[in-house]
Design a protein around this ligand. Sequence first.
Ligand SMILES: [Zn+2]
Length: 658
Amino acid sequence: MAQGLIRRADVDAVRERSRLDEVVAEHVTLRTAGIGSMKGLCPFHDEKTPSFNIRPQLGHWHCFGCGEGGDVISFVQKINHLSFVEAVEMLAAKYGVQLQYEDSGGERGERPDFGTRRRLLDAHAIAEEYYREQLATPAAEVGRRFLTERGFDQEAAAHFGVGFAPEGWDSLTGVLRKRGFTEPELVASGLVSEGQRGVYDRFRGRLVWPIRDITGNTIGFGARRLLDSDKGPKYLNTPETAIYHKSQVLYGLDIARKEISAQHRVVVVEGYTDVMAAHLAGVKTAVASCGTAFGADHVKIVRRVMGDSNPSAGLRLNTDGRSLAGEVIFTFDGDAAGQKAALRAFEEDQRFVAQTYVAVEASGMDPCDLRIQQGDQAVRDLIETRRPLFEFAIRTAISQVDLDTVEGQVTALRMAAPVVSRIRDRAMRPEYARRLSGWLGMDEGTVLRAVHDAARSEGRGGHRADVPAQAPGAPGAGGQGSDGAPEPLPAARLADVVPPRDPVGQVETQSLAVMLQAPQLLDTEKVASLPDDAFHVPALQSVWDVMLAAGTLLDAAEGQLHPARFLEQVLEIAGETVRPLIVEIANLDLPARDEQGLSKLAGSLLDRLTELSITREYSVLKQRLQRTDPSDSERYQEIMARLTQVQGRRRALRAGGD
Ligand SMILES: [Zn+2]
C-alpha cells in the first residue's frame, strides 16, 4: 500500500509506458475499427454490438453506450475496483516503472521537494526585487507612463510590487547566475526561456506584476507588452512550473484574503490593472485569474477562503441581501468574451453558481477605465449593480433575438428554457420561469411548460455524469430531491447537442475531433487564425473555450507537446458538464483511412470552420449596419470598415483554399 503520494512524474511515466490496448485486451476482445482506434464489447455495461472504443496512441478509452471513459489508469481502477494509487502500482509493476513516494505530511496535491521549492521561491524574490529597481531607471520610462495613464502613482506601483523587465536577453539571467543559480534551476523557475544557444530572459521590455500564492510568496509574473517592437502577446505569464499552476493561481489573493473571508464575498476582475484599480477604489476583495479562465480549481480555492463549507446555504440571504455562504461577483467588460466567460462559469459547479453574480458596466468599461473616468465611488457602485448569474446567462441567451416578433419570442424561449431547466435547485426554477416570462413578454404557463419539456428531454439521455458525491452532511446528500426525484447533473451528449443532419454542427464537431485527436497534423497558421468564437453550437463553443483556456493547442500543433498530454490538459481544466462531451469527441471516428487522409481532412475542416465563422460575422455586421442610422456617420463608417475587412478575409480564404 501507499506510503504517501506517488510522484507526479512517476504517474506520468506509468501512463506513458502502459499499453492501453494490451491492458484492455486482457478483458475485452478488440478489433481495429478505424485509423488509430479499436473496438470491442463494453466491460462496464451489457451490450451486443460493440460501442467500447479505445485509442491506444492517445491512451484513451470511451464507451458510446454507457458513457464511461478515461485513461489507462482509470480503466484498471474500474475493472479491478482499485483506488488510484493501487491502479498506478499495479501498472508500474507490469511495465517496470520504479515508483517514488513523497512524504505527504497529511497534505494533498503536488509537493515539490523542499530544497527545490525553496530555491525557486528565492529566485523569484530576487527577480521581483530586480524588476522593481529597474522601474526607476530611464529605460523604464515607457512603463511608468503606462502606469500613470491608468491612474497609478508611484505609491500604488510599489504597493503591488510592479516592476520593469529591461529589454536585454540576459539581464535577469545574469543576475541570477551571479547569485549561484544553475541553468537547470533557471529553467525550472520559468523565469527564462530555452533557446538553441542556451537560456535567456523570458520577459523583456515589459511591465511585470509579481503573482503571489496565498501566503504572499511570489511564484510567478505576469508581463505586459509595452514596445511596438515586441511581437509577443499582450500579456505573457510564467509557464507551468513546480510552484506555479495557472489553474490554481489568483492574482491579488494574498492581499484580498482577509477581506474575502471577513465579507464572505469575492470580486473577480479580468486583469492585473483591474485588481489594482479595484483595491485602490476600496473594493478590497478583488482577484483575477492569470492567463486562463476562472475555472473549477479557482472555485475551490475561493470557496475555501470564504469558509463556505455548507453549499446549500447559498440561497439564504442576510438582512442586507447578501447570502450567508458568500457571494462571488464577476465583473466583465460587457463584450462577447465576457459574456462567454459568464456562460462558462454557468457550466461550473451549480452549488457555486447559486452564489454567483455578474456586474457589467453599462458602457462596457472595465474597473480600471471606470476608475480613471469616473473615480473610486463608481467602481464601488459597479459592484453593487450585480445580478445573479442565472439571470445574466438567461438574458444573454435571449438578447440575441428580436423580441418584438412572435418568431423571436418563440426562438428566445427555445434558447432560454434549457438554461432554466438546468438550474439544479428545483426551488429556484419556478421563480426564474416567472421572471423569464416577464423578460419575454410571454404567458407564464407557456414558459413553465417549455422549461418542463426541456428538463424532460435533457433527462432522456438517461445517463449520469461521473459526478463526485455531494458533500457529506449537506442537506439532500441522500441523492434525492425533496420530492423524491433524483437530481442528476445534466451531462451533455453529442447526440443531444448536435442534430445529426445539421451540416454546420457536423463540421464543427469534426473540427474539434481532429484538434483533440491529432493536433500534430494541423496547420499551425490555420489553428492560430481561428477566432475565439469560432463555433455556432453553444456546447461545442464551450469545448473550444476549454481548449483555448488550456492554451497549448498551438504547442501540440507544432509538435512541442504530445497529443495525449494536450488532451489530458484539456480534460483537466474542463468543467463537469463539458468533460463527457470532450471525451466523446476525442473518441469520435473520423472519415479518413490513413494519416495522410486525416491531415487533408483536418485542413479542409479548419478552412470550412473559418469560413463559417466569417460568414456569421459578416451577417451580424450587415444586420448591425441596417439598424444603424446613417447620420451617425462615425459608427456607420466603423461598421463599413469592418465589413470590408471581413469580406477581404473571406476572399483571401477562398483564394488560398483552391
Ligand atoms: Zn459501456
